[in-house]
Design a protein around this ligand. Structure first.
Ligand SMILES: O=c1ccn([C@@H]2O[C@H](COP(=O)(O)OP(=O)(O)O[C@H]3O[C@H](CO)[C@@H](O)[C@H](O)[C@H]3O)[C@@H](O)[C@H]2O)c(=O)[nH]1
Ligand SMILES: [Mn+2]
Length: 437
């Protein structure tokens, strides 16, 4: 039975962390949670990404960003970017829910964990670095504006000993370690991947009971490169010899099968060796050293104008020679039925190239090709996921020029249109061709 007054809550302040939230949300759904899924976002999350989040989360709630701006203590943590995690405190304002479980965007669940809603505020698991502190990546809490205001007041008066929300929350709920064992969640509800290599025998003994994995610290799964063919992380110096790789693989597998299709907007390209797809402010880069079998032949060079035989400009059709309208077939010239082969005109067997009669250039046909169905959105999603599976490397990056889209729109409005680049005739033609397929 769905429980509508309780929710899992996460936070993202930019498009990059959205990748994590999407995987977390999907992992909760895959394990049939009966609770609502809520993601808090701040103004920097692009509208495109908000739309994608809404596919997986029941509620996408914009909140004001809160920042500790405590650069000195954050420097101790060597994570200057974590001041923004004060925004996490906003979860106490979600008062339409009676109880919630907060989860960082860099966590995933391995099974259903709805039983956490039987616990009271503030229940959390020990931090692997200092077990008398709780880790603030997973905790049970009760939304309340009063608590929220007290937390803000506390932050104002005392700050946070680590510059992030974890230091603040541990000081605020300062009797967590000793007062009530029921508020001490087992470590398997927030298995920090750093513990996998700091206490290997324990991981060997208890790791299979893990319910939540937390990719604490750096690098995050989305900062790594993934090879979907070998299902492995492309070697990264910081990871050498570590054993938590299977969790990273799991993260990427959920990303490819359950998240990527939602992100897809444009059709898969044709046979190129490296693909970039922009989703809000992130780019998904697919490197394909062995071109995917999903490809279609490309003309050698499209600059010269081609004249089509028997073209009827008025009807925009052309006559297919030897077409039998009744049988809807046409006779293929030079077909050798026995060998089931065709004699191709202008084929140079030695060089294995054809001569393009229009442009007088030689070109080779791709070694493999398949006929593609007309592209629909579903096909796009499927093709994108398929391309991801055949890519030799996937990586998620922050788009180089963050404000490119806004700038482009401004330029467009002022009449400065990029006719040589994005809006060149070639690019528009390609879009039209796709549309008309
Ligand atoms: O630029 C950012 C940074 C963080 N977050 C959110 O805040 C969470 C915490 O940041 P994270 O990078 O996951 O921190 P950890 O590496 O997990 O570091 C620890 O320290 C943080 C600061 O105290 C705590 O928030 C974490 O729960 C604790 O595990 C993320 O998961 C996101 O939900 C953003 O949305 N944008
Ligand atoms: Mn985290």
């Amino acid at each position: 039975m769905p429980v509508t007054d309780q929710a899992f809550v996460t936070l993202v302040t930019n498009d990059i962390y959205c990748q994590g939230a999407l995987v977390l949300g999907k992992s909760l759904r895959n394990h049939s949670t009966s609770r609502k899924l809520v993601v808090m976002i701040t103004s920097h999350v692009t509208s495109r990404m908000r739309g994608v989040l809404a596919h997986i989360f029941d509620e996408v709630v914009e909140v004001d960003a809160l920042n500790s701006a405590d650069s000195v203590r954050l420097a101790l943590l060597r994570r200057p970017e974590l001041g923004i995690t004060f925004t996490k405190l906003q979860c106490w304002t979600l008062t339409r829910y009676t109880k919630c479980v907060y989860m960082d965007a860099d966590t995933i669940v391995l099974c259903n964990i709805d039983e956490l809603f039987d616990r009271d505020e503030l229940s959390a698991a020990p931090d692997s670095g200092w077990p008398d502190c709780f880790n603030s990546g997973v905790f049970v809490f009760k939304p309340s504006v009063e608590t929220f205001n007290r937390l803000l007041q506390f932050a104002d008066n005392h700050g946070s000993f680590d510059g992030g929300d974890q230091g603040l929350l541990n000081s605020f709920f300062n009797n967590w370690a000793v007062s009530d064992i029921h508020k001490h969640l087992p470590f398997i509800y927030n298995l920090s991947i750093s513990s996998v290599y700091t206490y290997r025998p324990a991981f060997k003994q208890f790791g299979s009971d893990a319910k939540v994995v937390h990719f604490i610290g750096t690098p995050k799964p989305w900062n790594l490169k993934y090879n979907p063919q070998t299902k492995s992380i492309v070697e990264d110096e910081s990871l050498s010899g570590q054993q938590h790789l299977s969790f990273l693989v799991l993260w990427w597998e959920i990303y490819i099968s359950d998240v990527l299709p939602f992100l897809t907007e444009t059709a898969v390209s044709e046979g190129s060796t490296s693909e970039q797809h922009n989703f809000g402010r992130i780019e998904l880069v697919m490197k394909n050293e062995n071109p995917s079998p999903v490809c279609s032949p490309e003309a050698p060079n499209d600059t010269a104008e081609k004249t089509l035989p028997d073209y009827n400009a008025e009807q925009q059709t052309f006559k297919i020679p030897d077409y039998n309208a009744e049988q809807q077939t046409f006779k293929i010239p030079d077909y050798n039925a026995e060998q089931q082969s065709l004699k191709l005109p202008d084929y140079n067997a030695e060089q294995q190239t054809f001569n393009d009669r229009v442009q007088g250039q030689d070109f080779a046909l791709p070694t493999e090709m398949s006929i593609q169905q007309p592209v629909t959105q579903d096909d796009d999603d499927f093709a994108m996921a398929q391309l991801a599976q055949t890519a030799s490397e996937l990586s998620i990056q922050e788009a180089e020029e963050k404000l490119r889209t806004e700038e482009e729109r401004r330029n467009w409005e002022q009449g400065h249109i990029d006719y040589m680049g994005k809006y060149s005739f070639d690019n528009i033609q390609k879009k039209l061709d796709r549309f008309l397929q």
